[in-house]
Every structure is written in C-alpha cells, then in structure tokens.
Design a protein around this ligand. Structure first.
Ligand SMILES: C[S@@+](CC[C@H](N)C(=O)[O-])C[C@H]1O[C@@H](n2cnc3c(N)ncnc32)[C@H](O)[C@@H]1O
Ligand SMILES: [Zn+2]
Length: 299
C-alpha cells in the first residue's frame, strides 16, 4: 500500500499509515480505510464518487465494469494497444531513471501500469476513482502496492512530487479537463513530464463517423471532449506546459464495426497505421503529447 505523495483530501496535509488497513491524516486526524485487498481509499466522500460512477454507468454499464483487457492485451484492439505502447514507452524511457516517481492517473485495470512497472523508477502509483477497475489492477499486477482509490479534484497530491504523470485516455472523459491539467502541473516537480494520450476525435474522419455514418454513437459515448492536436496543445500551453513531442498515431475507419475488424488483423492494421501516419496524420486514431512543466506558474 503506497500513500507517499498523496495528501489528505480534507485538509491537504500528509497522511500517515497506522497499519495495513488504516491511514490517518497527520493534521485533521480524518481516517481513511482500505479494502480487504489493501487498496487505500483516499476520498473525502466515497458515496459521492460511487454515485458519480453509478450515474456514468447509465451511458453503458460495461464501460465501467467490464474487463479492459478486451481493448488491450487480448481483445480485437491488441495490435492498436501494442502499437501505442511501443510508441509511448520509446519516448518515455528517455525521461526515466532509477529515481523517477511516476503517477498513472486514471490507471483503470492497470494494463499500462504493468508496462510502467517494468521501466526504470523509484516509485509508481496508479490512481483511479473506480474501485471495480482497481481491484482488477491489483490482480493484473499481482500486487496491491501500486494502486490508490482517489480523485485528483480533491486536493490529492503533494505539490512538486512527481517526475512523470502518465494519463492515457482519461482526459476526454473529464468536463474540467483544463482544471485537471493545472492540477497535474502543480503535482509535477519543476521540469516534470506529462505524457498524455487521447482519442483524436476532433478530426474530420471521426466526425464523419459520429455525425453522418453512426450518429447514434453521440448519444451513448461518455466522452465529453473531442480533441485535435491544436486544441489540446492550446490547453496544455495555458496550463503551463511546454510541448516537447507530439504524435498523431494509428488509423481510424469511420464505421466502428469495420474499424474493429481492420484493427484485429495484424498486417492490415500495421499497413493502415503506416499510411495514415505518413500521409494523413491529422486523421489518425489518437494523439500522444509529451509536455514539460514550465517554471512559471499557471494562471
Ligand atoms: C478509458 S479508461 C482508461 C484506463 C487506462 N488509463 C488505460 O489506458 O487503459 C478511463 C479511466 O479513467 C478513470 N477516470 C475517469 N475520470 C476519473 C477521475 N475524475 N478520477 C480518477 N479516475 C478517473 C476511469 O475510472 C477509467 O478507469
Ligand atoms: Zn486532514
């Protein structure tokens, strides 16, 4: 169980561990429990988080409960997952060392945590507000040492703590995305790195799918932000980040069933990735941006 660099959401002071199942605030003495599987529950109001997730489940329950392994390691999107992992591990490695403190925010089932755990680091923490996913992450990683239930909007992080924040396919779900970028900025050490991955759903080809070919997608998606490289970079810059590396990655076919079929075929997927990344990058499937915290503070 790891609570280093995590604050008391009630008063923003350091937490102390009493025993494996109990954590207390050093200042306001608020007590935080842990699950039987040793996942610390560092939230002000657990019921509030649970009701938000219940609400979101109304969109499509399986998105909040189902095993994400379907979209990662074993499912039809495994080649997409591998392609993205190869890319982001390649750029991230250059910024990691044995002293690195890494946060995976919105870690979900832990598919990326498992990969981060193999890269050089001193400390790795995965945070998510969905306990169903975190329980699965514990199983995936075979250890409860990495994950914490929490919500960044509750003053969760000790300022200037992390060398790297990895946040993959989370920001598009969050209404206050700019606020979250500012929270990440404060939580990073000076010069710290944010690696963001989001869908490229502001692109023409995705809009063709969402507005013309499959308009019903818009009624059940739980995405609230539809980024392009340009608008995401604008938000990052406003939140006090300097973009160092950017990548428009993968292909998307504007009809989801065909898209899934093409992506499930290794050679076709690799071929289309190459074509789109080389000739039509603005119409790619997803965006990765590596950005550095600037020294001046955000507005
Ligand atoms: C599409 S999943 C991505 C999971 C993982 N990062 C990956 O790449 O496989 C989005 C994740 O963000 C989490 N999430 C969304 N809003 C959150 C918030 N405010 N605080 C913590 N986690 C959040 C969800 O619970 C979910 O696990
Ligand atoms: Zn406190």
């Amino acid at each position: 169980m790891n609570i280093e660099y995590i604050c008391c959401p009630n008063c923003k002071n350091p937490l102390v561990k009493i025993d494996s199942l109990r954590i207390e605030c050093s200042q306001c003495q608020k007590k935080y429990s842990a699950t039987d599987t040793n996942i610390p529950l560092i939230v002000n109001d657990k019921e509030k988080i649970e009701s938000e997730i219940e609400n979101r489940k109304k969109h499509k329950e399986e998105w909040y409960c189902d095993d994400q392994i379907f979209t990662t390691g074993l499912g039809p999107y495994r080649f997409v997952f591998e392609h993205r992992v190869n890319y982001w591990t390649g750029i991230l490695k250059k910024h990691l060392g044995d002293e690195s403190v890494i946060l995976d925010y919105g870690c979900g089932d832990g598919a990326n945590l498992k990969i981060l755990a193999k890269l050089p680091h001193k400390l790795l923490i995965g945070i998510d507000y969905n306990l169903i996913r975190l329980e699965r992450a514990v199983k995936n990683l075979n250890s409860p040492d990495y994950v914490v239930l929490g919500n960044a909007f509750e003053n969760l992080f000790v300022e200037n703590s992390f060398d790297v924040i990895f946040c993959n396919h989370v920001l598009e779900h969050i209404n206050e995305d700019y606020e979250l970028l500012k929270i990440f900025n404060k939580a990073l050490k000076p010069g710290g790195i944010l690696l963001l991955g989001v869908p490229n759903e502001g692109a023409f080809i995705s809009k063709l799918r969402d507005f013309v070919l499959q308009p019903y997608i818009r009624f059940f998606t739980d995405h609230v932000n539809f980024y392009t490289l340009k608008n995401l970079k604008g938000k990052l810059s406003k939140a006090n980040f300097e973009v160092i590396v950017e990548k428009q990655i993968g292909f998307v076919f504007p009809f989801s069933f065909i898209d899934r079929y093409l992506k499930s075929k290794e050679k076709i997927c690799a071929f289309l990735n190459n074509v789109v990344e080389k000739y039509f990058p603005s119409q790619s499937d997803a965006l990765y941006i590596l950005a550095r915290k600037k020294n001046e503070s955000a507005e």
